[in-house]
Write a protein that binds this ligand. Structure first.
Ligand code: AMP
Length: 304
């Protein structure tokens, strides 16, 4: 496996200023894998996770037909993970109305042999209990970790060693402040890299997603910025963080920078991550990612 992505496979119900949808395909792993596949036309990309027996064959086939390896996804008895989110402004964080873990509660991952040593492991947003279980089995070349406010506020002790083991952490500004207690991005990222707030080592690179203001990455080479991309109409921000992480992982793998990315490699990866997230905003659910083609992508303005 070259790129392994852990995270949720979900049915989402979403309300935004543009309308609403119910039980549409989503999940952190789904978004990240679709994004990574767009950026990496060759190489084995797989998802590790679990779905219930209500997961529709058409959704499974959609992912497989995109060339995403589903052989490490367990089908468990019960309902697929469900998330209900609401957005009250274009660039606002989602308000979680309801989360139903469903089969995720009974999921005890056993990583198949072919997925044990991926070149890059994107350990996406998932309960820290599962992230820890996966990390006790998987030995990746490069480890990228994503998380969310829910785990930072409620599961900090379980989360700290996971973040400490990461080579690269991808978080937003609110999450950085929750982790470090610091509102200034540069000081917060430096503190996180030192690892003190994690009670161990810090990640080599801290990537901060800034929504319409782009993103910044902090590493031993200093700081890299990628500018925001203006979007006329935001339809649905769901999955932007996962799409961002998937594109980043694909580009770091594609550049063969699986030791530690150079400044130049990171700059390019960050710019693609930003650009891809801006595409995802334009439709509900995974529609924009499923339909994305090279011409549309190249016509996205800005983001350098
Ligand atoms: P993002 O907008 O990038 O934060 O990701 C939204 C996606 O994450 C949705 O498709 C949800 O199904 C999924 N999600 C939301 N909450 C959780 C959670 N607690 N654990 C795993 N995935 C989640």
């Amino acid at each position: 496996m070259e790129l392994l992505i852990a995270g949720s496979l979900a049915y989402d119900s979403i309300e935004s200023l543009a309308g609403s949808v119910s039980d549409t395909l989503g999940g952190s792993a789904t978004y990240a894998a679709l994004s990574a596949r767009f950026h990496l036309s060759e190489g084995r990309i797989g998802i590790i996770g679990a779905v219930g027996d209500d997961f529709l064959p058409k959704d499974w086939d959609l992912l497989e037909n995109k060339g995403i390896d589903m052989s490490s996804v367990d089908r468990l008895s019960g309902e697929t993970f469900r998330w209900h989110g609401r957005y009250q402004g274009g660039d606002a964080d989602a308000i979680t109305v309801d989360t139903r873990m469903n089969v995720i509660d009974d999921y005890h991952p056993s990583v198949p042999p072919h997925a044990l040593t991926p070149a890059v492991f994107l350990c996406g947003n998932l309960h820290p209990r599962l992230q820890r279980s996966l990390l006790s089995q998987i030995q990746p070349g490069l480890l990228i970790v994503d998380t969310m406010n829910r785990w930072i506020s409620g599961y900090r002790e379980e989360l700290n060693p996971i973040l400490s083991r990461a080579d690269i952490i991808v978080i937003n500004r609110t999450e950085l402040e929750m982790l470090t207690g610091l509102s200034d991005i540069s000081t917060g990222a430096a503190s996180l890299r030192e690892g003190e707030c994690l009670g161990g080592e810090g990640p080599s690179v801290v990537v901060i997603k800034l929504g319409s203001n782009g993103a910044k990455a902090f590493g031993e080479w200093g700081v890299i910025s990628s500018h925001g991309i203006p979007i006329e109409q935001v339809v649905d921000p769901t999955g932007c963080g996962d799409v961002f992480a998937g594109a980043l992982a694909a580009h770091l793998l594609g550049n063969d920078s699986t030791d530690m990315p150079s400044k130049k490699e990171m700059q390019a990866a960050l710019s693609h991550a930003n650009r891809t997230a801006s595409v995802n905003l334009k439709s509900f659910g995974v529609k924009a990612m499923v339909g994305l083609d090279q011409m549309t992508y190249e016509n996205v303005e800005g983001g350098e």
